[in-house]
Design a binder for this molecule. Structure first.
Ligand code: ADP
Ligand code: ZN
Ligand code: ZN
Length: 802
């Protein structure tokens, strides 16, 4: 097996094949599948992944592998296959998928060093290389005569580890440890011999007569209130010795988490967990949709299922939305499973992420809690995969590879024969429809564990406020309730649903929103041309000067930011202390947590924010939740806008009255009759599901149809339209009859970075060859893509239609 098949890191070309390279003798014994290598590629040296070893190649004159970057594989064979599957499904390059599975540190070439483990008995060659040192540069090893296979053996035996140096900063932290070098009676003898006036030395030695275990030098010096000069003579006499120990950067101090024990489950929880436990026990793959209202104890169900998995010696992956990965959330998992938990969070530094990843890679932890990319955790014995808040769109990656973590989870669940649990108070229509059809198993929790009812929601019609002469952003009811809550010393969460603002046009008198006659979607206001446009079918009309419905001239497009709301708040409630949370106030690292801490410490009465405050927060003292403009999201040109509105309102309502105090929710809207608002106020998910499914059916959207979105961009407007048009034409010649191919249509963001953008939307039910067709088209345009800088992106099952 002298030949390696390598996926090379060449992004610019559409290279999605392996290249054969000869394995030089020195790597012959160690090179295995899943390692990264450096290979010659044309005039360049590039990196790549070894995906196979074979005896023969159909090419002659193969070039040799230049270097091996990993001594142990960074991707298992399961992950190599998974990456291939991801790449093929999302129509991207294998290399892109593989790189997405690894921490940043491993995406480029870094200098390496070898670190000797404490107490390790190295093999002869390495003993010689280290020559008493704890750390040596990897180059030294490369220049030595020691075979790679020897190093690999020492690594496998745990004697040596490899460390990647990130930007000349050491990735791994170390600390100096001190311990006795001789048995106690030698120390005792030495103690007698130390002159009485060397007080500190005697004290130090006495310490080690009493404690034989190693201690960090810094701690020791602190404890004995002395300096290193005291230690030195004892080291010189070989009574004590010093060594370096690796410290994993641990962004979460494990000791600081109070240990929790499993709670006695409620009847509903028991019923929900029973099948999951069975699937775990029987090594059976099933997808379970856990539909549980906020506060119904879904997390406890996850924790106890994971407990079973750990008992079986297996591993668990838990995905939570980035924004919900708060210290509160981490605490719940660390509190139960302690140091067995790794956390992968985008707020960690690259070094920290790498450390967490390595804990998983070395099987030092059993559970990973993380955002989307944690789905690629390099576990090899997975017993359960949990996706909390499964409806969150952040589980879909919006860059290549455009994968959905749910799909990857199910793929891995099938491979490991383990259950996948999707939890949500407001499941996606896709998932709920699958549960209805019996493709997923449905489990329901419809009671809160504290037996409190969900807070009452009252809908305020903002049109009436206007008619009553109230032109502020706060209805009379909301203002009054806020005053009362503040007087009682209780707290308030105010949500400004900002997404989609300033694009849609609405009549402030009657709430009429101008929609496309063909698409049932709000038209978008284009200021420059003073036109209203549809982003799905290219329909457009002039911005009306009066409301087409009631002829009022109060027809406006909307624009309000959190900052303006804050200003308005101080006018209406001058005494209220407000914390504003939005992209601006949370940009700095740690700012998000700091603000939340301030709020939970009751340093403010009102937490005002965008979407980011709706998720997973749990404050005892919050009794009032206000939603300033429930409908702003309804008019985004997105067929999921009703679903997103329903989800957001349900989520934010769940923030109130989670503890002893009962809560109340006030929803301000200009469209009080819209079913998503009305049904969210009654927490009626089932009715919402029925109604929304009808819409989806009528307008040919998921879950009845699958979608694919092809976006073309280029500096030249004509060129973009032309290319998109050709793509549409070509697709039309090959797709099934009931497949709909729409376009060319300008993208909702029609020009970005000076490039025009057009799209082609494909709606299909059964189109097994679609990826092949699209790939063929992409191949056809390869030259144009390169020479003329035409950019074509493909998004299978898009969530973001911009
Ligand atoms: P969800 O994730 O469904 O929103 P949580 O898991 O946060 O719900 O549970 C809400 C609260 O109920 C938490 O404070 C949790 O500790 C508590 N809880 C969960 N299960 C039980 C139980 N079986 N008995 C008592 N309290 C519980
Ligand atoms: Zn009107
Ligand atoms: Zn339209």
């Amino acid at each position: 097996m002298k030949i390696a098949k390598v996926i090379v890191d060449v992004q610019a070309k559409e290279i999605n094949q392996t290249f054969d390279y000869l394995i030089p003798d020195k790597f012959m014994d160690i090179l295995s599948v899943g390692m990264r290598v450096v290979v010659p590629f044309g005039p360049r040296k590039i990196s790549g992944f070894v995906v196979g070893r074979v005896a023969e190649s159909s090419f002659n004159q193969l070039k040799e592998i230049i270097d091996v970057l990993d001594i142990t594989p960074v991707l298992t064979s399961e992950l190599l296959d998974l990456g291939k599957w991801v790449a093929e499904n999302t129509l991207t390059l294998y290399i892109t998928a593989y790189q997405a599975m690894l921490p940043q540190v491993l995406k480029s070439q870094y200098k390496k060093e070898l670190i000797k483990s404490k107490d390790a008995e190295l093999s002869m060659g390495l003993e010689h290389l280290f020559a008493g040192r704890d750390v040596v540069a990897f180059e030294e090893f490369e220049h030595s005569e020691i075979p790679y296979s020897q190093l690999q053996k020492d690594i496998q035996a745990g004697n040596v580890s490899v460390n990647y140096l990130v930007k000349s900063k050491i990735t791994k932290k170390q600390r100096t440890m001190i311990r006795p070098a001789k048995e106690v009676h030698f120390l005792e003898e030495a103690y007698i011999e130390i002159p009485n006036n060397a007080k500190k030395q005697r004290e130090l030695l006495k310490y080690f007569i009493q404690h034989q275990e190693p201690i960090e030098q810094k701690k020791l010096l602190q404890t004995l209130n002395t300096t290193r000069s005291t230690i030195k003579p004892l080291l010189d006499k070989f009574l004590l010795e010093t060594y370096k120990e690796e410290v994993f950067r641990n962004p979460y101090d494990d000791d600081s988490f109070e240990k929790t024990t499993p709670l006695e489950l409620t009847e509903q929880q028991k019923e929900a967990i029973t099948p999951v436990k069975q699937y775990i026990a029987n090594n059976e793959h099933q997808v379970v949709l856990l539909h549980g209202i906020t506060g119904s104890g879904k997390t406890e169900v996850y924790l106890q299922a994971i407990q079973d998995v750990i008992h079986k010696g297996k591993e668990a992956i838990v995905l939570v939305p980035e924004i919900a990965l708060t210290p509160q959330m981490v605490k719940r998992f660390k509190g139960r499973f302690g140091a067995n938990v790794a956390v992968l969070h985008s707020a960690l530094s690259n070094g920290e992420k790498y450390d967490e990843w390595r804990k998983i890679h070395r099987k030092e932890v059993k559970v990973v809690v993380g955002a989307r990319s944690a789905i690629f955790a390099p576990f090899e014995n997975i017993g359960i995969i949990i996706i909390d808040e499964e409806h969150e769109t952040t589980y879909k990656q919006e860059d290549q590879p455009r994968y959905h973590a749910r799909d990857v989870a199910i793929k891995r669940g099938e491979y490991y024969n383990c259950p996948v649990v999707l939890g949500s108070a407001t499941p996606t229509l896709e998932s709920y429809a699958r549960a209805q059809k019996g493709v997923y198993q449905l489990a329901t929790l419809n009671k809160r564990t504290n037996n409190q009812p969900m807070p009452d929601v009252s809908i305020v019609d903002m049109r009436e406020e206007l008619h009553a002469g109230n032109r502020t952003m706060f209805s009379r009811e909301l203002k009054e309730k806020m005053e009362q809550a503040i007087q009682r010393g209780e707290q308030i969460v105010l949500l400004l649903n900002r997404r989609g603002y300033s694009t849609f046009v609405m009549c402030r008198d009657c709430g009429h929103v101008t929609e496309c006659p063909h698409c049932d979607i709000a038209l978008t206001y284009h200021k420059k041309s003073n036109q209203l446009k549809c982003h799905y079918c290219s329909y457009e009309e002039r911005m009306p000067s009066e409301c087409p419905s009631c002829t009022s001239d109060l027809i406006r497009y909307f624009g309000t930011g959190t900052q303006r709301v804050e200003e308005a708040l101080t006018q209406v409630l001058p005494e209220a202390r407000v914390i504003r949370m939005d992209v601006d106030t949370t940009r700095r690292k740690g700012a998000h947590e700091k603000l939340l801490k301030q709020f939970s410490d009751k340093q403010a009465d009102i937490l005002l924010g965008t979407q980011m405050i709706a998720k997973g927060l749990d404050f005892e003292n919050v009794t009032l939740v206000g939603v300033l403009t429930a409908d702003s999201m309804l008019h985004i040109p997105d067929f999921r806008s009703s679903e997103k509105t329903f989800q957001l309102l349900t989520q934010v309502s769940g923030r109130a009255g989670r503890h002893k105090l009962t809560g109340e929710v006030i929803v301000q809207t200009y469209t009080p009759d819209h079913y998503s608002i009305e049904l969210a106020s009654r927490y009626d998910y089932n009715q919402f599901f029925q109604q929304e499914m009808k819409m989806r059916k009528t307008f040919h959207y998921p879950p009845y149809y699958y979608l694919a979105l092809i976006t073309v961009s280029h500096q030249n407007h004509v060129k973009v339209v032309q290319v998109t048009q050709q793509i549409v034409q070509q697709l039309l010649t090959c797709v099934e009859r009931n497949t709909v191919v729409l376009g060319p249509t300008p993208s909702p963001i029609a020009r970005m970075k000076d490039r025009y953008r057009y799209q082609c939307m494909i709606k299909y039910r059964n189109e097994p060859q679609l990826r092949t067709y699209i790939r063929k088209i992409l191949d056809q345009y390869r030259d144009e893509i390169r020479k003329e800088d035409v950019l074509i992106t493909v998004d299978m099952q898009p969530y973001h239609l911009m």
